[in-house]
Design a protein around this ligand. Sequence first.
Ligand code: AIR
Length: 216
Amino acid sequence: MSAAESVRRPDSDSSRTGPHILMEGKMAQTPLVAIIIASDSDLPVMEQAAEILEKLDICYELILTSAHRSPQRTREYIKEAEAKGVEVLIAGAGGAAHLPGVIAAETILPVVGVPIETTALQGMDSLLSIVQMPGGVPVATMAIGKAGAKNAGILAAQILARKYPKIAEQLVSYKRNLEKEVREKAKGLDGKGFKNRSREPGFKPPSTGSKTDPRR
Ligand code: AIR
């Protein structure tokens, strides 16, 4: 069994009409993104990356392999991913979170790292392990936890959007929706009776007292 055969999503619905089928033949079956998790205990966080990729209609696969517990499987999978045409790798790990760095050492594909929150050190261990890469081997490091996993999916889409116009379109509409949601939430606040002084004509924010404050 190949490394990628453990968990795989792209074939689950062959009728998908996302950007991954723009190029005919091989691309129809090819995941553009691999989400690599170091443990099944990371799944509740890393599924955020999967969710946003699905929303953006981007074909991905999800692989379980650990830099420490299964180093050979990790190396084998990276070669497999390169050979099948994966273009962005997302890797999530916790604690001594070397998985994204080890992957980055083995490939020139962009690697996005997600620090998993830990009970002992709340994910600071994961964050520092992933972000403090030596010069020459970059890992694009996201925030700790679910927000980081979600952003990893979005960043992967943004990288792909340079090449796939359909993905760019999806992202533009995603951003538009974010803006719309904020406007709707702001409207909701207006109705709650809070005094919004910044909307009053002639309102000037209070000075901070600093000599460099331009409002003084
Ligand atoms: N881990 C697994 N192999 C290498 C590392 N750093 C991490 C996993 C998980 C944590 O160890 O990413 O966040 C605990 O894993 P488990 O399997 O014991 O729950």
